[in-house]
Design a protein. Structure first.
Length: 336
């Protein structure tokens, strides 16, 4: 995996640092406008935990206050868990092994109301709220209900995707806001990024997707009886089959081939990849190394655990590759 700091993250660090006050550094009133740099962000970004944002990236921008991530709850038996619960992977693994039902629920409109009010209280004048596909969750509807009661305008967008397909749009929106862009430009940055991503994934079993209503009973039966290992994707906000393979090894190899073909078509130097896993991090790392070896010049590969709200439906052993266009960030302001 790539260890170097991506250009976009370097720019974000510098921009967030500029937003923080620097005590003990008085400047003259005449020079203040020239030294101020871009205006403070006026647009807050709200998303949900299905975006699978890398924790390190979220930590780097935390000081700006621009981003809020609303957790999507996971329900196992009688217990409700947040996505950031340290033991959630164990709970899901045990539930899958024992056949205990696992469900997800959209966040309540009240959760979004609180997030929107907090943004208003922090001085933001508009909010762009970006969420996983409405065909996969009721999260977007909850955000829309809350938007009607927000003290400041909220623009609710359907990403029509999930995981870092959604996350890339969130990152683009945050970067746009930190540049001081207005809401229209922030929305354009997000929608452009959403459109420039492709999601490919493999699941060892279709049963969890069937239980969650994400695929049909017939599709699940077909995969189980014939031992088909499907390669799936996201199209128009829904899960769609891409290919059917007979064995797990062949399915993973085909997942790699599809991703490499996409990377090659875009040009490795202009492409980012994100890898998601649940319970099989080593397998995901190996896939990442293979993709990097097969596409010289590929940079900014990230590896994150699939959010629990998605793993609850995909099950253990899922592998996801998100391929997206690299967005070249603006040059950072010169150090003063």
């Amino acid at each position: 995996m790539v260890n170097e700091t991506p250009p976009a993250l370097t720019w974000l660090k510098q921009r967030v640092a500029r937003l923080r006050p620097k005590p003990g550094n008085p400047i003259s009133a005449e020079l203040a406008p020239e030294l101020a740099g871009p205006p403070a962000p006026s647009v807050a970004i709200v998303t949900d935990s299905a975006a699978a944002l890398p924790p390190g990236w979220v930590s780097e921008i935390a000081g700006s206050g621009v981003l809020t991530v609303v957790p999507i709850p996971v329900i196992i038996g009688e217990n409700v868990y947040a996505d950031d619960d340290a033991e959630l992977e164990v709970h899901i693994s045990l539930a899958l092994a024992s056949g205990k039902p696992i469900k997800t629920s959209r966040p309540s409109p009240g959760q979004f109301e609180r997030a929107y009010k907090a943004a208003a209280d922090a001085g933001f004048t508009q909010i762009v709220s970006l969420h996983l596909s409405k065909k996969l969750s009721g999260t977007l509807e909850a955000a829309q209900l809350a938007a009607d009661r927000s003290p400041i305008p909220v623009h609710v967008l359907d990403s029509a995707t999930v995981g870092m397909g959604q996350g890339r749009g969130v990152q683009a929106a945050v970067e746009s806001s930190l540049r001081g862009d207005e809401a229209s430009a922030v929305i354009a940055a997000a929608t452009t990024a959403f459109a420039a991503t492709a999601v490919y994934f493999y699941v060892p079993s279709l049963e969890q997707l069937r239980r969650g209503g994400r695929i049909s009973l017939a599709s699940s039966w077909f995969g189980t009886v014939l031992d088909i290992k499907p390669i799936l994707g996201i199209k128009d906000g829904a899960i769609v089959p891409l290919e059917k393979v007979r064995t797990a090894a062949k399915a993973i190899a085909r997942l790699e081939s599809l991703a490499l073909a996409d990377i090659t078509a875009r040009g490795a130097a202009g492409t980012r990849i994100s890898l998601h896993h649940f319970g099989n991090a080593d397998q995901a790392r190996a896939l990442g190394r293979s993709l990097e070896a097969g596409a010289p010049g590929l940079e900014d590969a990230t590896l994150t655990r699939l959010p629990a709200v998605l793993a609850a439906h995909a099950g253990l052993g899922v592998l996801v590759v998100v391929v997206s266009d690299a967005v070249v960030p603006p040059q950072p302001d010169p150090e003063l």
